[in-house]
Write a protein that binds this ligand. Structure first.
Ligand code: URA
Length: 434
């Protein structure tokens, strides 16, 4: 078998056999197939797509490119969640301790922000001392002793995805259904959780632009997971406008902490509760969403979710002195409030533009390995459906470089569209699959 023949077959719209897919993934992981051939292959897959069967074979080949964790020595049943990536998505920081506080262990390996979409690990690192890289031993110990762990992906799990994702990011081949499905599910299966709730984002600030594509992605990921004996459900959620109000690492961590104290923005809290309900149902802690909601609300209102957050973060190295009210997280030097340029209802708030502006301010990377500024970002005072009077605060820019303020202001104002008449705020969740 030769890599060039496999690339040509896919370029011409052919269907790759299981053996061809395994040969390619094994060869690329080992370094026998170079980046330039993998890049050509990824572009061929991006343009030609993959059949259902090819996508499943690709995912399993990527799972078997490395180790598969067994979490059962730490806990009898472990749940995980994964978002396909969005703007202002700090869901894990609230949901992980909330679900753990309900007696269901949460073991999660997260990623870093790339492009316009943020990453949980960067957000957590705004808590001084929080240790992202854990050995497998440390991961299991934290899970066993505290029932919640969120760490970086170790190099031994799905290494094919580690290599391929970095390559896709710089070859414009990220937004491909089979490549996203195999990337997400290979990591999730290798990380060992018994049940996985997928948060599939759709809209301007997501990789999937249409609900049909998001549902197709969700269906195949659910099927792949179930095919290897995991319980999987997907929540299809809106990402046309950012989730919550804060976009930027420390700003988002602070917002998630506010939510755990019972003071978060309504849309963000509701989204977290919907995801957490599905986790409790899959984990056998509740038969239906009504029961799950009651259990979760009790954990939040009693303060147990907050206490679990403090326990988790401090056990993972976070300095408890920063978990004050308000928290002592990195703060930007310049805080500029931008007033509304007109009166009216907000009809749209382009999540991608907000995410890209946060990157411009330094909150995200334009290429792998860039250093980021944890303090900077944007806080939205008004979102879709809100009525705003001209001159009222529309948003706040948190920056450390005054030279970036004019462009940030201009881009953020352009992200808003307006209406004279009332506008319905978009639904948070479109569907739950299956
Ligand atoms: N998240 C992932 O883990 N992989 C992708 O390909 C896209 C989003």
């Amino acid at each position: 078998m030769k890599a060039v023949d496999i690339i040509a077959k896919k370029r011409d719209g052919g269907e790759l056999s299981k053996e061809e897919i395994e040969f390619f993934i094994r060869g690329y992981t080992r370094g026998d197939i170079p980046d330039y051939q993998a890049a050509a292959w990824a572009m061929a897959v991006y343009l030609r797509g993959m059949s259902h069967r090819e996508t499943i074979d690709l995912t399993l080949a990527m799972v078997h490119s490395g180790e598969i964790l067994d979490l059962h020595e730490a806990a009898p049943f472990v749940v995980d969640k994964h978002s396909t990536g969005g703007v202002g998505d700090k869901t894990t920081i609230m949901v992980a301790p909330l679900v753990a506080a309900c007696g269901l262990p949460v073991g999660k390996m997260s990623g870093r922000g790339l492009g316009f979409s943020g990453g949980t690990l960067d957000k957590l690192e705004s808590i001084r001392g929080y240790k992202v890289p854990l050995s497998i031993e440390e991961f299991l110990t934290q899970l066993r002793d505290h029932g919640v762990v969120v760490a970086g992906q170790t190099a031994d799990l799905a290494p094919a995805d580690g290599k391929l994702y970095a390559l896709r990011d710089v070859t414009a081949t990220v937004a491909s259904l089979p490549l996203i499905a195999s990337s997400v599910m290979s990591k999730k299966i290798a990380s060992g959780a018994d049940a996985i709730v997928l948060d599939v984002k759709v809209g301007k600030g997501a990789f999937m632009q249409t609900i049909e594509d998001a549902i197709a992605l969700a269906r195949i990921m659910v099927e792949v997971g179930q095919g290897v004996g995991r319980q999987v459900r997907a929540v299809i959620s809106d990402m046309n406008q950012p989730l919550g109000r804060a976009v930027g690492n420390a700003l988002e961590t602070a917002e998630a902490m506010e939510a755990l104290r019972g003071r978060g923005p309504a849309d963000f809290v509701e989204h977290c509760l919907i995801v957490a309900e599905q986790m409790l149902i899959l984990g056998g802690k509740a038969e239906d969403t009504t029961t799950a909601r009651r259990i979760l609300t009790e954990a939040l209102e009693s303060g147990r979710a907050w206490d679990k957050f403090v326990e988790w973060v401090t056990a993972q190295g976070g300095d408890p002195a920063v978990l004050t009210d308000p928290p002592d997280l990195p703060r930007a030097r310049l805080i500029e409030t931008v007033p509304a340029p007109r009166s009216g209802y907000i009809a749209g708030l382009d999540a991608r533009q907000v995410g890209l502006t946060a990157v411009l301010l330094g909150a995200g990377r334009t290429k792998k390995g860039d250093t980021i500024d944890l303090a900077v970002g944007v806080v939205l005072a008004a979102k879709v459906g809100d009525f705003v009077e001209q001159g009222q605060p529309l948003l706040t820019i948190h920056a450390n470089d005054e030279r970036l303020l004019p462009e940030a202001r201009e881009r953020l104002l352009a992200a808003y569209t307006w209406s004279e008449t009332p506008v319905q705020s978009p639904p948070l969740v479109y569907q739950i699959v299956p």
